[in-house]
Design a protein around this ligand. Structure first.
Ligand code: CIR
Length: 261
């Protein structure tokens, strides 16, 4: 297993039935979503991330949002218990791929937690307490993760679906978000406001390159002004379902030990 791989999962033909919490339903073009997914995967591979496909889960409308099913802490893969019952079936496929790749797979046994609520910055792991992630889920995650050397910090989130729908971080540790959707901007050390809602989500591709939604050109310009290279990608069909750039992949940065024998 080489480093710099990313899990992705092809959209279900039932994508348009995906869950909505804060947005009104608008028609989703499933064909266009498939193309956008390919562009997203290309943006990863063009920037040095080999894509590892989790087999598609055609009966699970939200399965493309693979981030919600696993959280990586080095070579440990915490398999989540998604807050929406309809999404629980999605985790088995992710767990299987990660186990086969040699990661130490640890399924959560209690509470609920979505990967979209987990923001890792160095050895700190911020977890959104949301409609999807319960107090018991945070406690369970803490039980699994803290012995691995990280500190878990819980953050109440009320205005968006997941913590990372509101706040993500630049490689230098600056937190970014769109203030009307951030519960308490003052909570975050070094908070930098972004001028557009989709501008609050970045995926660190390494080498100062940041994957972002093409729906946030002014935020991209702002981020470019900080010395980073934005990599814009059109994920409009997924944004209609409360998805963002983070939720379409899980980056695997650590290399699991080679199997014995
Ligand atoms: C859901 O409500 O579960 C999906 N429609 C969207 C999930 C987006 N996931 C994420 O941001 N991590």
């Amino acid at each position: 297993m080489t480093a710099n791989r990313a899990l992705v999962r092809r959209p279900s033909p039932r994508l348009a039935d995906g869950l909505l919490t804060h947005l009104d339903r608008v028609p989703v073009d499933v064909g266009l979503a498939g193309e956008q997914w390919s562009w997203y995967v290309h943006a990863l591979t063009d920037n040095g991330w080999a894509a590892v496909e989790v087999p598609a889960a055609d009966d699970c409308p939200d399965s493309v949002f693979v981030e919600d099913t696993a959280v990586m802490i080095g070579t440990v893969a915490v398999i989540t218990r998604p807050g929406a019952e309809s999404r629980r079936l999605e985790t088995a496929g992710t767990a299987e791929v990660l186990a086969k790749a040699g990661f130490d797979v640890r399924p959560m046994q209690a509470g609920t937690l979505d990967g979209g609520d987990v923001l890792k910055v160095g050895d700190r792991v911020y977890i959104g307490r949301t409609l999807r992630t319960s107090a018991a889920g945070i406690a369970e995650f803490r039980r699994i993760a803290e012995p691995l050397g990280v500190t878990v910090i819980a953050v109440p989130v009320t205005r968006v679906l997941h913590l990372k729908s509101a706040v993500t971080a630049l490689p230098d540790g600056t937190f970014i978000g769109y203030p009307p959707l951030v519960d308490d901007p003052g909570f975050w050390p070094h908070f930098r406001p972004m001028p557009e809602e989709p501008g609050s989500h970045v995926v660190d591709l390494g080498q100062d390159r940041l994957l972002m939604s093409s729906a946030a050109p002014r935020s991209a310009e702002h981020i470019a002004g900080l010395g980073y290279t934005p990599v814009p990608v059109d994920i409009g069909e997924f944004e209609k379902l409360e998805g963002c750039v983070t939720c379409l992949s899980v980056r695997l940065r650590a290399e699991p030990p080679a199997p014995a024998g």
